[in-house]
Design a protein around this ligand. Structure first.
Ligand SMILES: Nc1ncnc2c1ncn2[C@@H]1O[C@H](COP(=O)(O)OP(=O)(O)O)[C@@H](O)[C@H]1O
Ligand SMILES: [Mg+2]
Length: 221
């Protein structure tokens, strides 16, 4: 789809502007990302200003492409400044009872749930060894969604150690830039968690810390 192909090279603000201009509407807010529903209702675009980990979930969906428990991914790309956009099938929130049932099947690790869990664990181990501030794998109530016809889909199965990540950036911006290249966190202070929870002082502190290495000339978008 050309509309999505044109996202390449843009940053999360430009992608968000395009979605808004085309009539997409906000349907979800996570710790990091804002999720937009397509005008026709069939697709969801997850836009993240700073993305240290969602690519592992995308990898899981691609590795088990067509699996009945995972969403269909239409488009996925890194964005300028370290964000990410992932367009997938639109899903509905689930009832608590469905989350409980899915958690039991996940724990039992049988059948289709077992297949997803095995591959998810393999990628989790890889990510733990290679990605800084990796958190792990888990199934919280928001991770269990459904299609219009009620089929269960698992989303966003991995998490990062967010607090550890912010603390590390504030403590030593130069050392942080050794762990994550500066051009990959140019927009970190714009993630949803910060927008919802941080005080103005905390936001300025994060902005200052995130800008230390950017402003030294290694990133200039
Ligand atoms: N495919 C989807 N269709 C509809 N809503 C979604 C979809 N994926 C995520 N959401 C909604 O957006 C919220 C945030 O998405 P998520 O990927 O969990 O972001 P984060 O990684 O920031 O937590 C979810 O809790 C859910 O409500
Ligand atoms: Mg989430």
């Amino acid at each position: 789809m050309d509309f999505f192909a044109e996202f390449d090279g843009l940053d999360h603000r430009q992608v968000t502007s395009r979605l808004l201009a085309e009539g997409w509407t906000v349907c979800g807010l996570g710790e990091w990302a804002t999720v937009w529903r397509s005008p026709g209702g069939g697709l969801a675009a997850r836009v993240c200003p700073f993305e240290p980990g969602y690519q592992v979930f995308v990898e899981l969906c691609r590795s088990l492409s067509g699996h009945r428990l995972l969403p269909r991914i239409e488009f996925d790309a890194e964005l300028s400044g370290g964000g990410r956009v992932t367009v997938m099938e639109f899903l509905y929130p689930s009832e608590p009872a469905l989350h409980e049932k899915a958690s039991r099947l996940w724990e039992a690790g049988e059948g289709d749930f077992g297949a997803v869990r095995a591959e998810a664990e393999r990628l989790d181990a890889e990510a733990r060894a290679s990605l800084p501030f990796w958190g792990g794998l888990g199934l919280n109530p928001h991770n269990v969604m459904t299609t219009l016809s009620g089929e269960v889909k698992l989303v966003d199965l991995y998490f990062m150690s967010g607090h550890e990540l912010y603390a590390a950036l504030l403590r030593d911006p130069a050392a942080f830039a050794e762990a994550i290249p500066a051009e990959r966190y140019a927009h970190l202070p714009e993630i949803a968690f910060i927008a919802r929870n941080s005080t103005p002082d905390e936001i300025s502190e994060l902005r200052r810390a995130a800008a230390v290495v950017q402003d030294s000339g290694r990133y200039s978008a």
